[in-house]
Design a protein around this ligand. Sequence first.
Ligand code: BDR
Ligand code: CA
Length: 307
Amino acid sequence: MRNFIIDTDTASDDAVALVMALRQPDIDVKAITVVAGNVPLSQGLQNALYTAELCCASVPVYAGCAKPLLRDLETAEIVHGDDGMGDIGLPLGGRQPAPGHAADVLRQAVNANAGDITLVTLGPLTNVALALLREPELASRVSRCVIMGGIGTGHGNVTPTAEFNIWVDPEAAKIVYESGMDITMVGWDISWQFVTFDADQADEIRGIGTPLAEFVIDIQKTLTEFSMRENALAGFDLPDPIVMAAAIDPSICQYERFRVDVTTGDGLARGITVVDRLGVTGREPNVDVAVSADRAAFVELLQRSVS
Ligand code: BDR
Ligand code: CA
């Protein structure tokens, strides 16, 4: 068994990533920690709890930070729906998280499984940064931290150069990127290029016919409309699931190692992952940056997860 911790601002693509991890027979998800991002913390918790229940998984789900370290929270209901899950009428209320704060749980889970734990982050990095501020040595105890965040190359989805998760809490991202952890970054550029699903491709997954297959497609309703309208895509894309796939099976992506720094300015200078491809800063490379992905292998993993 491999040990995972998943930190998530659970909305429609996070939920698919959770399904993928929770359905892997050889992965033990020690904890799901929730952070504010796509939706406020309370909604993200309900979405994570509902998804875990649908997977019949007895994984504990913990509440974390309700806002970024220094900034006001910016949410993305326009991307994922008012409830973050496509507003398709799911019963997303009334479930209880486990007691304890996500940042404490992250520390406990990493320390209890030092050297044998993969941390997968699917939202703003607030919870992880808080844990690292309290206990910087955690960085060396995480075997691999796979981050959905930033842009490896090309355009952003919040500003021309910034991706949502890093943009929401750039100070937290800077702490994590400079922590010395073994970081793999799968940016939004990998998502829209390799794992966009048009209507036929979505129907193929939904046609598997299980409740999970229908769930992972139906909750992308708002995301599909947004992605076609605002991102010029042929359908919805799945940023968090391709990151989870890279955590489950690293060979699904290809990587190059670069120095990556995070900007903490305002306006256009907010939350950019600056990838030093030519080594012009002369600084030690610190991140394995995904540069491409194997779509067929991803689809096969997704299909297996919902079958
Ligand atoms: C990221 O932002 C959120 O909208 C998604 O859940 C994903 O984590 C993509 O930029
Ligand atoms: Ca997310």
